[in-house]
Design a protein around this ligand. Structure first.
Ligand code: SF4
Length: 361
């Protein structure tokens, strides 16, 4: 597995269409993104005279989806979005580098949480977004309240609404953020966190990260990986994670979404063993386990985008749960959850004994 992954080229997304708002054109980071897009050979770049994106609609949901997924918008963040938002259990706060993702994962939770056609928006005013983080350092509830994570300082999640590594070669935003976390004079301890299904880690290896960025690979078994179009293969993600760990980064596995597929014990055991084979001894490793769930809204959007999906979206076999603000979500029933959880807790301890299991959900 390691040899094949090492030999393969990283997955690099290049947008077909680019829209740049007037405010984004005025930002130095926005202009740097335009230079990167030119170097990547993108020639359909529309410089807008205002800050409103033009409507994007195809003949049906599927056509709208296809066009939006090929489109990158370079914008500036609204003040309300710039503010760090609490997001337990993953981290103390999330903050935006971008919104949307070029991947085609049929189960993607972004389907239910972003409004409108799934254009990927990247933020040209990144320095302002980063400046705003100082104000909340020391105020988080997740890390300060957890013995396993207290030493991490205030944690900031950069991949709530995007996969930052997917966009890196056309934005440079992730390298700038890792460098900021590694070199800024913070008012207290901090940690940047991101999770990715991509593998182009070469530009990150020599950054002055100073151990303040934890990169997690989002990984799964073959029967779930087949729902993850446009992403790097799992073997390549694990190989990339090993390279980051050898470059001194704290690393992690986001095992998500966990599904009780055929022979799930055997398949997930193979996944944990493949991770162990790629990671160096002594790696600072965490594991997060997230089972598959969906909401009525995400199901609706996913079926519009992937009408022939084989994804299990059957409500009658699930338990209904009420999330934040009363929203309904469908999770596996209690017996299935108990079996999965018991097995994962034991298997992670057995196959990755140095790892800290952060949470199960
Ligand atoms: Fe969604 Fe992550 Fe897949 Fe992107 S890589 S489509 S954010 S699940």
């Amino acid at each position: 597995m390691a040899t094949a992954a090492a030999a393969s080229k990283p997955v690099l997304w290049v947008p077909r269409h680019v829209l740049v708002t007037a405010s984004a054109q005025a930002e130095p980071h926005g202009r740097a993104i335009l230079d990167r897009l030119a170097a990547a050979g993108v020639d359909d770049v529309r410089l807008l005279t205002g800050d409103r994106l033009p409507p994007l609609r195809g003949d049906d949901d599927r056509a709208t989806y296809a066009r939006a997924k090929r489109t990158l918008a370079v914008v500036t963040s609204a003040q309300s979005k710039r503010r760090p938002t609490p997001i337990p259990p993953s981290a103390d706060f999330s903050f935006p580098l971008a919104e949307g993702c070029p991947g085609h994962c049929q189960y993607c939770y972004l389907a239910g949480s972003l409004a409108g056609p799934p254009i990927t928006r990247v933020y040209a005013d990144l320095p302002r977004v980063l400046e705003g983080l100082d104000a909340v350092v020391g105020t988080g509830a997740v890390t300060s309240g957890t013995a396993a994570r207290g030493h991490e300082g205030t944690t900031f999640e950069a991949s709530c609404y995007t996969d930052p590594l997917a966009l890196e070669h056309v934005t440079g935003s992730l390298a700038a953020t890792i460098t900021h976390f590694g070199t800024h004079d913070w008012p207290g301890p901090v940690q940047l966190r991101l999770t990715t299904k991509y593998d182009d880690v070469e530009p990150l290896l020599d950054l002055p990260h100073h151990g303040r960025t934890r990169v997690r690979a989002s990984v799964n078994v073959t029967d779930v990986e087949r729902f993850e179009g446009g992403t790097a293969r799992v073997a390549a993600r694990l190989h990339a994670l090993g390279r980051l760990a050898r470059a001194g980064y704290p690393v992690g596995l986001t095992i998500a979404p966990i599904m009780p597929v055929d022979d799930w014990r055997g398949q997930y055991a193979g996944l944990l063993d493949a991770a162990a084979a790629e990671l160096p001894a002594g790696a600072d490793l965490t594991v997060e386990c997230i089972t598959h769930r969906f909401t009525p809204k995400s199901k609706d959007v996913q079926l519009g985008w992937y009408p022939r999906t084989k994804l299990d979206l059957e409500e009658s076999t699930r338990s209904r749960k009420h999330g934040k603000f009363g929203a309904v979500k469908y999770v596996y029933d209690r017996d299935t959850m108990r079996d999965l959880r018991g097995w994962f807790e034991a298997a992670v301890a057995d196959r990755l004994p140095a790892a800290r299991l952060l949470y199960w959900t």
